[in-house]
Design a protein. Sequence first.
Length: 53
Amino acid sequence: MKINKNCVGCGQCVAFCQRDAIYVWGRANITKNCVNCKICAYYCPMKAIEVTE
């Protein structure tokens, strides 16, 4: 997962992450707890989370 420049730091992704793998400090940041479930990308209103394999 990768955060692109569209991120505005709204925190929507944090609310839906079931692994506590995202935090917002200005904009979203993904931690090593991420398992690439893609839920955050689905709920991001800015489409700022890119799925990387």
